[in-house]
Design a protein around this ligand. Structure first.
Ligand code: VGL
Ligand code: ZN
Length: 203
């Protein structure tokens, strides 16, 4: 069984959103063109409480983009984004929500970030994504979404660790590029770990 795994295709990551990924909106028509070619479609939502400690606003004297130690883990500080139930946390308007079979919420623990759709960054809490895919008999996951250098990368790498065949749909992803070259490095790291890079037209 093949699953399409849509990572954080949410308003706050689109141009105009609070953590806008450059060209993030350009992935939506690409997703629309291939969403019907999969046995199942599962989507993650970044889903933070308003006081999430990954937000720079929660740390006096710290700025967006600073790296801190958060309860023993390195943490980049982000603008407030994807606050639970906010308009920014909703799926992109033009995403075909009716085609999504299941939604996985992540990042709800205020003290731990969750880049991967499978586990919190401390890897102590599983989101339920692996159990859901196993129950559906999924062996191959095709990953698309935002952002290539954060949530997409960690989701794809965990999927490899968990034993799936993993494909990254490169034209259905965009990255933050906080540092120039971050997206290129993320693609290389995924490829070196066994992720197969594909174009949506080759699926
Ligand atoms: C993401 C930074 C913070 C992502 C989520 O979806 O890649 N990046 N939260
Ligand atoms: Zn987040």
């Amino acid at each position: 069984m093949r699953a399409l795994l849509l990572v954080d295709v949410q308003n706050d990551f689109l141009p105009g959103g609070s953590l806008a990924v450059p060209e993030g909106d350009q992935i939506i028509p690409v997703i629309s063109d291939c969403i019907d070619r999969f046995d199942v479609v599962v989507a993650t939502k970044d889903w933070h409480p308003a006081e999430h400690e990954s937000f720079a606003s929660q740390h006096f004297g710290q700025a967006i983009g600073d790296q801190i130690d958060l309860h023993g883990l390195p943490q980049i500080l982000w603008p407030d984004h994807c606050v639970q139930h906010s308009a920014g946390s909703e799926f992109a308007e033009n995403l075909d929500a009716a085609a999504i079979d299941h939604v996985i919420y992540k990042g709800d623990d205020p003290q731990v970030d969750s880049y991967s759709g499978f586990f919190d960054n401390d890897r102590r809490h599983a989101t339920g994504l692996h159990a859901w895919l196993l129950a559906k008999g999924v062996t191959a996951v095709y990953v698309a979404g935002l952002a290539t250098d954060y949530c997409v990368k960690f989701t794809a790498l965990d999927a490899i660790d968990l034993g799936y065949q993993v494909y990254l749909i490169t034209d259905a992803c965009r990255g933050v590029n906080l540092q120039p070259g971050d997206v290129t490095a993320a693609l290389k790291q995924m490829e070196a770990s066994g992720v197969v890079l594909v174009n949506s037209t080759d699926i």
